[in-house]
Structure formats: structure tokens, C-alpha cells
Design a protein around this ligand. Structure first.
Ligand code: G3I
Length: 442
């Protein structure tokens, strides 16, 4: 080993010596083998614009090495930056994407052929299929970017927070609000020119512990509820233009009012008090009453319309939200039509809220069959046809309760497999999506 080397060499020699010294210091330790260089990348085609791809360098052993992209064969070089890169093609076709890493022993490349279609060749967007009502999606604040965001922006013009605009999330402790997630959802909706449906202010299943165990007087409880409703609705006035003020106040079976803490502390007229608080807080907001099983449970439907009629007599309600947690067999079109007829006859807005269509209600399948996919397509088409047949003045929105089948609340709730929504796990539209569009074809 020569000692008379130029300065760089001496540095190199010293470094090498250090390395050798480090290595020889402990004769039986052997230097770690260099991490092999493996060049790879992911490519995702945008749901919002099928001419746009996002690529992500997933190579290993390349720290400190330069790399670059080519989005067509022998096309222009685009330096690889940290994080995903996007590329917009100007025409449909097959393109070779190549990632090149400039390794010490020469360039190493990975390539993939991607097929992009033109946006017009894709299915029309749900929201573009009608201008008579909005098409809504239940969202969670951590599912509004990437492919979730692409689909939301392309397909929907109404958002409902699946759980983050409920009392237990927005008002976790007395006097302390947490609007972080709600603000994110509302800001996203406003930014993307979407309506936002506020769900839900008063619900027995979303009560923070401190409210359940409220130690003050009944009047102090009522004042706290008025302050909560006023604070929330004032915050989002002009942005959240409709609210489920009270959700699911009617007990199953008995069709009496649930004995919630709201009823216990504020009395049987807690509902009209809450709607008055809401009307006072934002006179421009549309106020809905929302509940489930309103299509086939005639007792519950009657109890609901009694509540609605009482609120309407005080000009405290504008619409009914019928949660459409249904399945391919049930309820019948006549049962669905019955809640529509009662709402329309009262001159109120109809919200088909929380639509999901179970294909496995009897737990007799373990995979999503073509037959069940077709049945789901037919049921979705039937629901949307019923909705679209309503007078335009009563139309408001149909809201789908979740994006991908794997994200539905139903699997945990029923503890069995199901595929109730419009998109599969790969964000691809299903037959059910087609059924929605078929119902709105001229
Ligand atoms: O995302 C958090 C996660 O970060 C955390 O680790 C985990 C454990 O705390 O909680 C996760 O949030 C859960 C959320 O669903 C997302 O999965 C909440 O705890 C859970 O309470 C929430 O459940 C929601 C439920 O309402 C209660 O708010 C369901 O998503 C939602 O589908 C369901 O929707 C209701 C309607 O509001 C009213 N009609 C019935 C319908 C079904 O119950």
C-alpha cells in the first residue's frame, strides 16, 4: 500500500486505513456486505384523471445514488425527487416507464408498460349523471387523499363525515372542543366545491362520557347542549348547509323515544328544543331528522313522521334522512317508496342517507360472486330510480356509506364478509356503480 499519495489519496488512504484498521482491530469481524442494489417502483393510475400516473421509487440499496425517470421509451429524462412523482400523458395508449439508478458499476434500470385510457373513455362520474340531487360519500379525514381523493373529487359533490363530526369526537371534554378532523373535512369539501352534510349533532351512540355523567342540573345540561349546538353550527355556517340535528331518537320495536340522556335531562321535548337551538344558530341551514329502518318498520316510520310533523308545525325541519342500510333482498321497492311518499306529501327534502347494499345478509357466501354482483347492481338501480322519480323539489342527496367494500362498517358490525359498496378494494367501480348510473340514464 503506497504511503506517498496526493492529499485526496492520503485522505482516501487514511479512510481506507481506518476502515482496514477498524476491520483489523478485531480480526474475526468481517465487513458488512454492501446492500445489494434493487431497482423497483410502483405506478398508480389516477382515478380522477386516467391520463395521470403517480410513480414511487421503491428501490433498495440506492442511498446517495442519483436516479431519473423516463415516461416514454427513450423519452425525456425527469430527475427522481424524494417521494412520489406524477406524470400526465396527453393521450390514451401504452407507455414504457423506466427508472434508472446511476450505480457505481453502471446504470441499473427497472421498466414497466402502463396502459392509460382517456378520461372520456372511463365511466361517467356519478355526480355528472344528474343535476337534480347531489351524490354523497361518507368520508374519514384520513381517507381524502391519494386514490380516495381522486374518486371523491371525480365522482361526488356531497360529503358526510362518517364519524368525525359527532359529539364524542368534536366535544371530547367539557368546555374543550376538538375540531381538527371536522375542519379538515369541511375545508376539503369547501376547497373541492362540495356540499357538506353535518352528521350528527345529537345521537345516543356518540355521547362523550362527560355528557353521559354530567353532574350539573337539568337546566345546566340543557344550556350546555344549546351552547354545543350553537358553537358547532356557528363555526360551520355557510359551509355545512345541512345537518342531521337528531339521529335515531326512536327506540326499535316500541317505537317510543329512546331513553337517552338527552331525554332524561331535557324532557320528552328535547328534540324540538335541539331543533330550535339549531334553527337559531344557523337559520340558513337545512335541518334533517335521520333514522334507520324507516322503509319497512311501519311503526317506526309512523313515530318518525309524528316527530317530523311536530317539528314542521314549528318550522323547525326541512328534510328526512332515511338511512338506506339495505340488502339485495330487502326492503321492497314498495317499502322504500312508502317513506318517500310520506316525506314528499309533507313537502320535505328526502335524503337517502347511508346507502349500502349487503350481498351476504344470510352469510351464505364467502366470496363476492357474479350473481350477487348483478343482484346488487339491480338493487342499487332500483333505489336510485325510486329516488329520481320524486318531484325535483323534494330531492336532496343520495349518500353512499363508505367507498371501498373493505372499508364498510358492516363487516365489523355483523362479523361476516360482505361487499356492500360501489368500489372494490382496488378502488375499481363495481356493477353496483353501473347500476347507480343506469338508473339515471335518459
Ligand atoms: O379511525 C379510528 C382509529 O384511528 C382508532 O384507532 C380506532 C379505535 O379508537 O377508532 C377509529 O375510529 C372509529 C371509526 O368508526 C372509524 O373506523 C371509531 O372508533 C368508531 O366509533 C367509528 O364508528 C362509526 C360509528 O358510526 C360511530 O360513530 C362508523 O364508522 C360509522 O359507519 C357509523 O355510522 C353510523 C351512522 O353515523 C348513523 N347510522 C348508523 C351508522 C352505522 O352505525
Amino acid at each position: 500500500m503506497k504511503y506517498l499519495l496526493n492529499l485526496g489519496g492520503i485522505c482516501v488512504l487514511l479512510v481506507i486505513s481506518f476502515t482496514i484498521f477498524a476491520c483489523s482491530k478485531d480480526d474475526d469481524s468481517t465487513p458488512e456486505p454492501p446492500t445489494p442494489i434493487i431497482v423497483s417502483f410502483d405506478v398508480i393510475i389516477s382515478q380522477q384523471n386516467s391520463l395521470r400516473v403517480t410513480v414511487n421509487n421503491t428501490s433498495t440499496g440506492v442511498n446517495g445514488l442519483n436516479s431519473y425517470w423516463q415516461f416514454t421509451e427513450n423519452g425525456p429524462v425527469v430527475s427522481d425527487q424524494a417521494g412520489p412523482e406524477m406524470h400526465l400523458y396527453d393521450a390514451a395508449g401504452e407507455y414504457l416507464i423506466t427508472l434508472t439508478v446511476e450505480a457505481p458499476d453502471g446504470d441499473i434500470q427497472a421498466s414497466e408498460i402502463v396502459t392509460v385510457t382517456d378520461d372520456n373513455e372511463m365511466h361517467p362520474a356519478l355526480k355528472d349523471a344528474t343535476d337534480k340531487f347531489s351524490v354523497g360519500m361518507a368520508v374519514q379525514s384520513n381517507r381524502m387523499d391519494g386514490q380516495h381523493g381522486d374518486i371523491l373529487v371525480r365522482e361526488f359533490n356531497n360529503l358526510t363525515a362518517e364519524y368525525e363530526m359527532k359529539m364524542n369526537i368534536m366535544y371530547p371534554s367539557e368546555g374543550n372542543y376538538d375540531f381538527t378532523a371536522a375542519d379538515a373535512i369541511v375545508d376539503y369539501g369547501v376547497t373541492n366545491d362540495m356540499d357538506i352534510h353535518g352528521h350528527t349533532l345529537i345521537w345516543h351512540n356518540a355521547i362523550p362520557d362527560w355528557v353521559d355523567n354530567f353532574s350539573g342540573t337539568d337546566q345546566e345540561f340543557e344550556d350546555m347542549i344549546e351552547d354545543y349546538i350553537t358553537t358547532v353550527m356557528t363555526r360551520y355556517a355557510g359551509e355545512v348547509r345541512s345537518w342531521d340535528v337528531v339521529n335515531e331518537a326512536i327506540e326499535d320495536g316500541s317505537n317510543q323515544l329512546r331513553n337517552s340522556v338527552f331525554r332524561q335531562r331535557m324532557g320528552d321535548d328535547y328534540i324540538s328544543k335541539c331543533y330550535q337551538f339549531a334553527r337559531n344558530a344557523d337559520p340558513d341551514a337545512l335541518l334533517f331528522y335521520n333514522d334507520y329502518n324507516l322503509t319497512f318498520d311501519v311503526g317506526k316510520q309512523a313515530a318518525m313522521f309524528d316527530i317530523v310533523d311536530d317539528l314542521a308545525s314549528q318550522n323547525l325541519i326541512d328534510g328526512v334522512g332515511a338511512q338506506m342500510h339495505i340488502d339485495i333482498f330487502f326492503p321492497s321497492s314498495a317499502q322504500i317508496q312508502s317513506v318517500v311518499d310520506g316525506t314528499v306529501s309533507r313537502g320535505l327534502k328526502m335524503h337517502f342517507a347511508e346507502l349500502d347494499v349487503r350481498v351476504n345478509p344470510n352469510n351464505d357466501i364467502t366470496s363476492f360472486t357474479e350473481a350477487r354482483a348483478i343482484a346488487q347492481q339491480n338493487k342499487v338501480r332500483e333505489v336510485v330510480e325510486i329516488y329520481d322519480a320524486m318531484p325535483d323539489v323534494n330531492k336532496f342527496a343520495i349518500t353512499i356509506w363508505g367507498m371501498r367494500d373493505t372499508e364498510t362498517w358492516l363487516i365489523d358490525f355483523w362479523g361476516q364478509p360482505d361487499w356492500p359498496l360501489l368500489y372494490d378494494v382496488a378502488f375499481q367501480p363495481k356493477r353496483a356503480h353501473t347500476g347507480f348510473l343506469e338508473a339515471l340514464e335518459d
